[in-house]
Design a protein around this ligand. Structure first.
Ligand SMILES: Nc1nc2c(c(=O)[nH]1)N[C@H]1C(S)=C(S)[C@@H](COP(=O)(O)OP(=O)(O)OC[C@H]3O[C@@H](n4cnc5c(=O)[nH]c(N)nc54)[C@H](O)[C@@H]3O)O[C@H]1N2
Ligand SMILES: Nc1nc2c(c(=O)[nH]1)N[C@H]1C(S)=C(S)[C@@H](COP(=O)(O)OP(=O)(O)OC[C@H]3O[C@@H](n4cnc5c(=O)[nH]c(N)nc54)[C@H](O)[C@@H]3O)O[C@H]1N2
Ligand SMILES: [Mo]
Length: 749
């Protein structure tokens, strides 16, 4: 790597071409060399060649290409310290690895990865150039800058932030809390937290937000999830359920591969009208006496008000609003009633990216409650309080910051408290969607950004500017990404999944740790970097003097387990944790509430059909329907629906990996044949997609996957960032933007 590295979009584009050339040659050689039925051989442009006669060692790892927990198991074939091949891992809870897992080797040995700490040498606002520095120099600068800002403006002026990657979060939280900053946020500001908030409001804190079908489940309501593409490990379980005879009702504006392979009834709604559809479903459940009287009378709050409210949503009216045929809605309610117990799945994107999510998703959660499917086998069950509290990342109770957090009065000081009071009451991480405002007002002046992509928020340029306007900011990443790190002062090289110990993976009662290889260059694992920053800031002992091993041990102990780092290292096949057998009707036996009384963990002790927490904050407590802010007009007649997942990319990532890029080299917008014909557009044409806020250039894909009037486009394309066109209309309860509910026009480029 050169000492001076220039990141520039134009360069990135030409670079892409040369990489494409590499695909062709690599694929050809790879095929010829592949002698196995499992996995693929790989050849790399640099540094990854091993002497073919050297011995092959098997190591076990866990993938992190989609940043999701639980992760998929990987079996790595290692020669001279280099991973030469990767396959699915046998006897592991999550399998198989997908195309992203296989292609992760191209990321591991990507010549574009950053392998040294780098500081910028040009002023911000100008094209950046970077200079290599040592880790010690980096830590010293970070400590000076962060402590300087803290001394002048208080600790809350330093933002601690993680993007979609999840594994480092417990350490980031420990760091923020010790530093004394209540400005501790994540990408979950626009991902999944809305579901968590709705579940807490309806079911109470600590409860479930849904459940996938289990042995006794007879039907399942999937409210917008295309697991075939976004959760392949979960999709195979759904297919198994279907084979067992489970009936599926699926709500989705698109005809997805999941809809095609699972749905008995597909409710294909106009995006953003979920609130009306859910009111229509509840209307049918109540009007037809499908609801469980005993449960409703004893264990719900606000039934009469809900009953009155949904009278306004008879099937015919719902059809006009949502475009879902009335008879399908009627049939869906009946199918769920006829096939009890029923379970329900919502999703972190499809069911969250609406301005009205804080209302409608509570309505979705009320459906299994009304049908009497809570706390019954095959329905939705609360977990048992057991001795071990480790989640998929072994983070629960992690560095147990809750008490420190409360003791230091963080909640009252938070910058987001006035903007999103319900979020601030329920979630200890801050809602970051108002970052531009907080920077403009001088409330946030420095930031540590681990695994961050500035194109994830609506109206990207505002967030890029906010990051640029910080007095000091540092990113931790595998790459210096021009759309994010060009606006920062420093970038630190993170070790990839193959190259790190932390964190352990917990799947039910099984626990695993990776067997790492030596990181490339100067890269270090996130846990180590964050612990070392803690030490540089002056917190040595609190950060285990930088020891990842000690941090993992502490973390496991906090979660209630005696297992140690050394034991996990010695047992790559995984270890078993003690479990507690779950049992039904825990709301009757008093095993749900923390005070041991019967009922649920809500203020009323009941499932809240009318939320008392929302009422306390001045909101309507019912799951009301509100139209999206933007409706189609003559000028912008198409609905802009963004971000539905593609199987081979994750957000802004993986575009540079030849094995994946070949599937969709250019950004694409899906549109219906009727809309295309109206505009003289042919399949594959370059088109302009635009609205009052911005314009991007992409290729048109003409398909019946979307209805006339609706489009479908993925986010995270640096060359065509759709978040230049998405707007900042936030759900007042959750702060979530309407990524699903914009408007646009399309014309031939
Ligand atoms: N329009 C629209 N916008 C959306 C969405 C949408 O559906 N539509 N979806 C939203 C959702 S749900 C999400 S989750 C966000 C995602 O938004 P982000 O999390 O911001 O997106 P990523 O592209 O995953 O960026 C992660 C960055 O972290 C780096 N990275 C990956 N793994 C690691 C790691 O382990 N350690 C470190 N240090 N770095 C790592 C990657 O190289 C990348 O630069 O986007 C949101 N934005
Ligand atoms: N390959 C891959 N996998 C991923 C990711 C990735 O980027 N790539 N991202 C990961 C992340 S961070 C997340 S949050 C999850 C997201 O996981 P999900 O939320 O399950 O995302 P999708 O599978 O795209 O399913 C969302 C569905 O919602 C539908 N939808 C769109 N608008 C609306 C609407 O207004 N109403 C309703 N009811 N449905 C609507 C879309 O048509 C789509 O089929 O996926 C994770 N998995
Ligand atoms: Mo997400």
């Amino acid at each position: 790597m050169n000492d001076q590295i220039i990141t520039d979009p134009a360069l990135a584009l030409t670079d892409d071409l040369s990489r494409r050339g590499f695909v062709a040659s690599a694929a050809a050689v790879g095929l010829a060399a592949s002698a196995t039925t499992w996995g693929f051989n790989i050849l790399h442009p640099r540094d990854a060649f091993a002497d073919p006669n050297s011995p092959i060692e098997v190591k076990y790892s866990m993938c992190d290409m989609c940043n999701h927990v639980p992760k998929c198991g990987m079996k790595c074939f290692v020669q001279e310290g280099k991973v030469i091949r990767v396959t699915s891992r046998e006897d592991f809870p999550n399998a198989p690895i997908c195309s992203k897992g296989v292609a992760s080797l191209q990321e591991l040995y990507d010549p574009d990865r950053i392998l040294d700490p780098m500081v910028r040498t040009t002023p911000k606002g100008q094209a950046p150039a970077w200079k290599k520095i040592t880790w010690d120099e980096a830590y010293k600068t970070i400590a000076e800058k962060f402590n300087g800002v803290k001394a002048k403006y208080g600790a809350d002026a330093v933002l601690f932030y993680c993007g979609d990657p999840k594994e480092m979060r417990p350490v980031m939280t420990r760091l923020a809390t010790w530093f004394g900053s209540s400005s501790n946020g994540t990408e979950s500001s626009v991902c999944s937290t809305a579901t968590q908030i709705c579940a807490q409001l309806t079911f109470g804190p600590g409860g479930p937000s849904g459940a996938t079908p289990s042995a006794n489940t007879k039907s399942c309501l999937i409210w917008s999830q295309n697991a075939a593409w976004s959760q392949p490990y979960a999709f195979s379980a759904l297919l198994d359920a279907r084979e067992r005879g489970v009936k599926f009702v699926m709500v989705d504006p698109r005809v997805t591969p999941s809809v095609e392979s699972l749905a008995d009834i597909h409710l294909q709604l106009r995006p953003g009208t979920d609130g009306a559809l859910v009111a229509g479903m509840i209307n049918q459940i109540i009007e037809n006496n499908y609801y469980d009287r005993e449960f409703v009378e004893n264990w719900t709050h606000g039934f009469d008000q809900l009953k009155e409210y949904v009278k306004d949503y008879p099937p015919q009216k719902v059809q006009e609003i949502t475009w879902v045929p009335a008879e399908k809605l009627i049939a869906a309610a009946k199918l769920l009633y006829d096939n009890a117990p029923s379970t329900m799945v919502t999703s972190a994107k499809g069911a969250c990216h609406q301005e009205n999510v804080g209302n409608f998703q509570r309505g979705v959660m009320m459906i299994p409650a009304l049908l009497g499917s809570l706390e019954v086998s095959g329905g939705i069950m609360w977990g048992m309080r057991g001795p071990i509290s480790l989640d998929g990342n072994a983070t629960t109770g992690a560095f147990s910051i809750e008490s420190t957090y409360n003791a230091q009065g963080f909640r009252q000081r938070r910058h987001d408290l006035k903007d999103f009071p319900v979020w601030a009451e329920l979630i200890y991480l801050m809602q970051t969607v108002k970052l531009p405002e907080y920077v403009k007002d001088g409330k946030i002046r420095a930031g540590l950004f681990c695994g961050t992509n500035a194109m994830m928020w609506p109206n990207t340029p505002l967030y890029q500017k906010a990051i640029q306007d910080l007095e000091f900011s540092v990113g931790i990443d595998y790459y210096a990404r021009y759309w994010t790190h060009d606006f920062m002062d420093m970038v630190l090289p993170a070790a990839m999944c193959y190259e790190r110990d932390a964190t352990v993976g917990v799947y039910g009662n099984r626990i695993f740790m990776r067997q790492k290889i030596t990181p490339q260059g100067q890269a270090r694992e996130d846990w180590q970097i964050l612990l070392e920053i803690g030490c540089a800031l002056g917190g040595g002992e609190f950060f285990f003097d930088g020891s990842v091993e000690k941090a993992i041990d502490f973390n496991l102990k906090q979660g209630g387990s005696d297992i140690t780092y050394q034991q996990l290292k010695a047992n790559p096949q995984g270890l078993t944790l003690p479990t507690v057998q779950n049992e039904p009707k825990k709301h009757v036996s008093g095993k749900i509430r923390s005070d041991g009384k019967p009922g649920f963990n809500t203020p009323t002790g009941k499932i809240e059909l009318v939320s008392t927490v929302l009422e306390k904050h001045g909101f309507n407590g019912l799951p009301i329907y509100k139209e999206p802010t933007y409706m189609p007009t003559k000028e912008y007649p198409l609905l802009l629906n963004t971000g539905s997942r593609l199987p081979f990319y994750t957000h802004s990532k993986l575009r540079g990996l030849p094995w994946l890029n070949q599937f969709m080299p250019d950004p694409v917008i899906r549109m219906n044949k009727i809309d295309a014909e109206d505009r003289g557009i042919q399949d594959g044409d370059w088109v302009r997609v635009f609205n009052f806020q911005g314009e991007i250039k992409v290729r048109a894909a003409i398909t019946n996957m979307v209805m006339p009037g609706v489009t479908d486009i993925y986010h995270g394309w640096a060359v065509a960032d759709v978040n230049k066109l998405t707007t900042r209309n936030f759900c007042p309860i959750t702060g979530f933007p309407g990524f699903s509910t914009g408007v646009c026009e399309i014309a031939k480029a």
